[in-house]
Every structure is written in C-alpha cells, then in structure tokens.
Design a protein around this ligand. Sequence first.
Ligand SMILES: Nc1ncnc2c1ncn2[C@@H]1O[C@H](COP(=O)(O)OP(=O)(O)O)[C@@H](O)[C@H]1O
Ligand SMILES: [Mg+2]
Length: 274
Amino acid sequence: MSAFKGTKNYIASPELQEIVSVAFDLEKPLLIRGEPGTGKTVLARAVAESLSLPLLTWHVKSSSKAQDGLYVYDTVQRLNDSRFGTGDVQDIKKYIKLGPLGQAFASPTRSIVLIDEIDKADIEFPNDLLHELDAMSFAIPETGETITARQRPVIIITSNAEKELPDAFLRRCIFHYISFPEADEMKNILKVHHPLVDQKLVSQALLRFYWLREQSEIRKKPSTSELVDWIGALVRGGIDVKQLEKEVPFLGVLLKKESDIQALKSGARKTSRY
Ligand SMILES: Nc1ncnc2c1ncn2[C@@H]1O[C@H](COP(=O)(O)OP(=O)(O)O)[C@@H](O)[C@H]1O
Ligand SMILES: [Mg+2]
C-alpha cells in the first residue's frame, strides 16, 4: 500500500503511521483508543484523504444497534406509502436503507468506515458485529439478498475506553493507543491549526498547558482540542508572553468543570503559582 504519513492537516506519530499501514495491509479493523481530543475521530478523515478513498462514518450512540450499521428496514415509510397510496409498497427493496457498513460492503470500490465511539453503545454491540466483520457479508432476509464486500473496507473504530470491549472483539482488531502528544509533537499539531502564531507565545502557552494538566486536583484535563481553541483565544485577546507568565487567561476555554476551576484557584492561592 501507499504508506500513511498523516496529511497536511493531521500530524500522525511514527507509531500511528505504522499501525495504520499494518491494519490496511492485514485488512483488519483498527481499534484506536486515547483520551478525548487526541485526534481519534479526525484520524479516519486523514486516512481517507491520504489514500483518496471515500469515508463512511457511523457515530455510535447509546441506543445504537449493530444491525443499524448494516441496514434498516423503513417500515414506517412503507406503512405511510400504503396508507396514502404514494408509492409501490410491493417493492420492499425501496424501503431497505443501507447503513455505513452496508454501504461500504455494497460499494464496488474500497472505502474507509469509521465506527466512532463504539464504547457508547451497550456491550452487545461489538459482539453483534463480529460475524459481519469476519465475513464482510450480510443477508437481508426481507429481500432475500446477500451483500458481500468485493473489497474489504478499512475499518477504523474509536473508543474512549468508557467500557471494556469483549475479548473476542479485541482479538479481531489491531490496537493502537494514541498517547498524549509531547510538547514537540504538539507544536506541530498547533502549526496546522495556527500557522502564523508567534512561536514564543506558543512555547509559553505550552508550558502553562502542560503544567495545568499536571495539577492533581483537576479531574477533566484539557486536551489537544482545548489547547487549539485556547491558542486561538490568546491571539484574539492580544495576550502576550509576559501576561501568560503571570496568569492563565480564558481559563474557561481549557477547563470545563466549575469544580476544576475552583480547585485550581484555591490550590493556586495556597501555592501562589497560578
Ligand atoms: N494529530 C492531530 N493533528 C491535527 N489536529 C489534531 C490532532 N489531534 C487532535 N487534533 C485536533 O483536536 C480536535 C479533536 O480531535 P478529535 O479527533 O475530535 O478527538 P477525539 O476523537 O480523540 O476525541 C480535532 O478537531 C483537531 O482539530
Ligand atoms: Mg472523537
């Protein structure tokens, strides 16, 4: 394959580059874990872009069922059509709507499927997908059709690790944990989002940011996405390096819990570091 190197908008660590390429070559689903905001969701877009393949996204919700990713049979529409005489209700095919996995299997070309936040659904969800992920095929009993992938899609699954995933599911995946970027890598990520910002300001902001993440009293640590927003806020607010040495302006861009803001302020009063 053409190896994945990230894109101009997505900075991928060497380990991530490698594991994406391995999953692609072995045709196995790639399970990505990591703190919120570490670029799990945007990774799929970057992979699709760099390989010039279409991306199909499935945002998993607590109510999601594995079946929905394959197809749904729109019985409500069919009932409406039969009531109001607005369509040919005998043509059941018309009421079969393929989900993201179904579309990827049916597509004549290879595609990328993002199954985003798989841990949001209940524990049965990954188990219910096992067969289809193995066979890359599923039946639609309503129409008697079977849809089989001509080319195995590249499947990227993300998890915030809210729940443990079943062993049988893990066995079928290739796994990668996106560790939180260190300052040098973070600088590269920030360059993507704020190419013109003064690097001295960025360095000082990073000192502040990593210091904040180390404060044990903070429960919801700020992540990459908050940092990207914060740098934007600093620029808009005309904050300079000197000011950043003294305070943390726009704290609400970084910390999203009242208790964290309070904890930081009271901790700071004691140590006079904030
Ligand atoms: N490696 C990266 N390269 C470029 N931008 C990144 C990277 N990691 C995170 N980001 C930024 O952080 C934001 C959050 O990323 P996202 O994929 O939504 O995180 P997650 O899905 O892990 O919670 C993205 O919109 C992007 O702007
Ligand atoms: Mg995400």
